[in-house]
Design a protein around this ligand. Structure first.
Ligand code: 5RP
Length: 239
């Protein structure tokens, strides 16, 4: 474990300070560079959701003839992939996946993540589970010592909303119903505010054990394998 910076791979072409968007594009390109040497004609790539994942999809499109297709972690991602002419496959027809590439809302020095700000956490966790390597792409605003400043998203079966809300409150946090939002799976999201995550693996299991919870946004039992982090000075690789 521990945070170890092993490479700086990118510098702003202009030499000026990079904007957050430029950092996202830089890590997206770094992710393409990271995977492309290991792609085969029949490779299937798992693709996450969010603004950083969108940058990755756009960068991936440039090498779309080098692999067979992708599995999407959301309807929005599937649509963007198809828009680039990348074939989107059903996960059930895929038995092997080398890479899953996705962003995160927070990551800690042990490569534990909080995800689900975009509400796609359940499909993200499923696709990540299948992949051999989870490559997480972030800008440096996502780096924390302790998870929990970003409200933890929890996907819940609609009829269990109040019950699960009470259970989550009993953990010491403040659950907030994400108004007007329905997941791709037809469920609701409770965002758990003000909870210090001292033991991410234990908390992930504890919340997932609540009846009515589909998944929570802690990716600790299966965290990232490598993080590519955009900074104003370039992309840092953390593993
Ligand atoms: C979506 C996610 C995203 O990875 C997370 O919200 C980060 O998004 P962005 O790259 O836009 O900051 O987990 O459910």
């Amino acid at each position: 474990g521990g945070l170890r910076i092993i490479a700086v791979q990118f510098e702003s072409a202009t030499g000026t300070t990079m904007t957050q968007d430029e950092m996202k594009q830089a890590v997206a390109q770094a992710a393409v560079d990271h995977i492309q040497g290991r792609l085969e004609d029949d490779s299937i790539i798992g693709v996450g959701t969010g603004s950083t994942a969108n940058c990755f999809i756009d960068a991936l499109a440039k090498i779309k003839h080098r692999f067979a297709g992708a599995v999407a972690s959301s309807e929005a991602t599937a649509e963007r992939l198809r828009g680039h002419g990348i074939e989107v496959l059903d996960l059930n027809s895929v038995s092997q996946m080398e890479f899953y590439i996705d962003g995160a809302d927070e990551f800690d020095p042990h490569l534990n993540l909080v995800k689900g700000g975009g509400g796609a956490l359940t499909r993200e966790k499923i696709v990540a589970a299948v992949a051999k390597e989870f490559v997480c792409i972030v800008d440096q605003s996502k780096q924390v010592d302790l998870l929990g400043a970003f409200p933890l998203p929890v996907e819940v079966i609609p009829m269990a909303r109040s019950y699960v809300g009470r259970q989550l409150a009993a953990l010491g946090g403040q659950p907030q119903y994400r108004e007007g939002f329905v997941t791709d799976n037809g469920n609701i999201i409770l965002d758990l505010h003000d909870l210090e995550v001292l033991d991410p693996k234990a908390l992930e299991a504890q919340i997932n054990n609540m009846v009515g919870v589909v998944t929570n946004g802690l990716f600790a039992r299966r965290g990232a394998d490598i993080i590519l982090m955009g900074t104003p000075d370039g992309v840092e690789t953390i593993r």
